[in-house]
Design a protein around this ligand. Structure first.
Ligand code: CMC
Length: 429
């Protein structure tokens, strides 16, 4: 990283602010001293021009459609590696050797069980609760069950908490699903890989053997790789902000899950599938495209657009391929939702409005159809996203805690409320 001086003219004052260059991507103006020098804050709601931290984990070039984990292109990781390899990479910074990978797989596998008392904790929820609501609660509750790994100043405890979160998240997600459908919880099985084990915990029942389909397991594993990290997105920034106060990692990840749930973020996969179902048939697409372009109508094409990608989302390309693989493996030849999706994509990509605003399908456009074909109900889609994103959240949290310059995150504001005024007795109001 290089640092050069830069000049900024604010009103009649010229202030010297350092310009810092990253390895790749835009440089940043370091405005940390700006308030001291000018008495002014900067204003950037939605953080469209603001880098909130320095990070070495994930890089996105939104104009070129590039996504790198620790420098490695997402396409290569998804094609050649498995999810736990990407987890190792994100967490430790390098691809594992064969021995490191075997040890990591072993460690994660041996941490998949959750405290037995947690099963009773689930019973406190209504059966019809949304599984994301349940996940927010149970992941937050992990700090009450595993308080021997909540001392964030201890590097060993930080790593134990990280492994516990990556390992237990699929178990909790599967439990949340089983609870809502009234089936018994299925315990993890150590002979299975991470994703096959997750599929089994979701779909096995005690009365018959469950055979994992390796094609479907590989497809879901790839979906997990695609969602593992995405630099400073809303939920990751939430995790970092929560963690900046010194909150324990389980509480921080619970905060991330709450943020992910929103339809503009992780909830978009559920919203995209619901939208495709609502459109229903190809002939109704123009009506919905018209609505998406109408400023007086709040409707948006879910699964389209991205804050950073102004070119095709590289994850969406892999997801589209995975979607076709899953449908073919399941013998689904004519899926009306897929027909609507393919035609909607075609129409939107040739429409002036979408071209001009650089709105392309994002990762969530095809993920809903794929997850539905895998047998998951829509309410589980965002939960699956959370299972995958946990490694990104925890890697970013660890990076922040281990940064010596780390301070509590505390944004400022542009106040537009009343000036100071005097209190009057209630009888006079
Ligand atoms: N359909 C129709 N118009 C859209 C859409 C859409 N999906 N997305 C953006 N626009 C328009 C928007 O109305 C605005 O128009 P104008 O400049 O005339 O006011 C312009 O494009 C820019 O949109 P924005 O809302 O200012 O952009 P943003 O960066 O704040 O929002 C977004 C990004 C992803 C929230 C938004 O594109 C969106 O709501 N998309 C649908 C939800 C979705 O698919 N989210 C998943 C994101 S990928 C997974 C994840 O990161 O969680």
């Amino acid at each position: 990283m290089t640092q050069t001086p830069g000049k900024l003219q604010v009103d009649d004052k010229a202030v010297d602010l350092p310009v810092r260059a990253g390895t790749i991507g835009p440089s940043v103006v370091d405005i940390g001293k700006m308030y001291a020098q000018t008495g002014m804050f900067t204003y950037d709601p939605g953080f469209t021009s603001t880098a909130s931290c320095e990070s070495k984990i994930t890089y996105i070039d939104g104009d070129e459609g590039v996504l790198l984990y620790r420098g490695y292109p997402i396409e290569q990781l998804a094609e050649h590696g498995d999810f736990l390899e990407s987890c190792y990479l994100l967490l430790y910074g390098e691809l594992p050797t064969k021995a490191q990978k075997a040890e990591f797989d072993y460690t994660v596998t041996r941490h998949t069980m959750v405290h037995e008392q947690m099963a009773r904790f689930f019973a406190g929820f209504r059966r019809d609760a949304h599984p994301m609501a349940v996940m927010t609660g149970v992941v937050g509750a992990l700090s009450a069950f595993y308080h021997d790994s909540t001392d964030i100043s201890d590097p060993n405890q930080r790593m134990v908490a990280s492994i516990r979160l990556i390992s237990k998240m699929p178990t909790l997600a599967a439990m949340a699903y089983k609870y809502t459908i009234g089936q018994p919880f299925v315990y993890p099985k150590n002979e299975l890989d991470f994703t096959s084990n997750f599929l089994r915990m979701c779909f096995a029942v005690p009365c018959e053997e469950y055979k994992v389909n390796p094609v479907l397991s590989r497809a879901l594993d790839r979906i997990f790789i695609l969602h593992a990290d995405h630099e400073q997105n809303a939920s990751t920034s939430t995790v970092r902000l929560a963690g900046s106060s010194g909150a324990n990692p389980f509480a921080c990840i619970a905060a991330g899950i709450a943020c992910l749930w929103g339809p503009a973020h992780g909830g978009a996969n559920e919203a995209a599938l619901k939208m495709l179902a609502e459109i229903g048939t190809v002939d109704r697409i123009p009506e919905y495209v018209k609505r998406a372009k109408d400023k007086s109508d709040p409707f948006r094409l879910m699964g389209f657009g991205h804050r950073v990608y102004k070119n095709y989302d590289p994850r969406a390309k892999i997801m589209q391929k995975t979607c076709h693989e899953v449908l073919s493996e399941m013998g689904i030849k004519d899926d009306p939702l897929l027909d609507v999706a393919v035609e909607l994509e075609r129409i939107a990509l040739s429409d002036e409005y979408f071209i001009e605003k650089k709105l392309y399908p994002n990762v969530d456009f095809y993920s809903g159809i794929t997850l539905k074909a895998l047998g998951f109900p829509v309410s589980m889609f965002t939960v699956l996203f959370a299972v995958a994103r946990t490694v990104g959240w925890i890697s970013q949290w660890k990076e922040m805690i281990e940064d010596p310059s780390q301070r509590i995150g505390r944004p400022r504001q542009l106040y537009t409320g009343y000036d100071k005024r005097d209190y009057g007795p209630i009888s006079e109001r």
